[in-house]
Design a protein around this ligand. Structure first.
Ligand SMILES: [Zn+2]
Length: 82
């Protein structure tokens, strides 16, 4: 699994909506990719913060921002083929 694919599935993964086989792929990737572990942690914190806000943030916008953060961290190129 690529970091980018993980980012796309993260919303469902964190929500617990992901099918078990895909969730396993994510867990596997997280074992091999510390930057993605930090990414998931950041995402979970973001969810907690946005839940406290009166307005619900748009998930796609949030995901784009997280992807951008991931790109800036240079995570993407590291395990491109994994
Ligand atoms: Zn990764």
């Amino acid at each position: 699994m690529k970091c980018r694919e993980l980012a796309e599935l993260l919303v469902e993964y964190v929500a617990g909506d992901l099918e078990p086989s895909l969730a396993d792929h994510i867990k596997e990737h997280l074992c091999l990719c510390p930057p993605c572990v930090r990414f998931v942690e950041t995402y979970q914190v973001t969810i907690k913060i946005t839940r406290r806000l009166p307005m619900v943030a748009m998930p796609t916008q949030m995901l784009d921002r997280l992807r951008e953060a991931l790109k800036q961290a240079g995570v993407q190129d590291r395990c491109e083929d994994k």
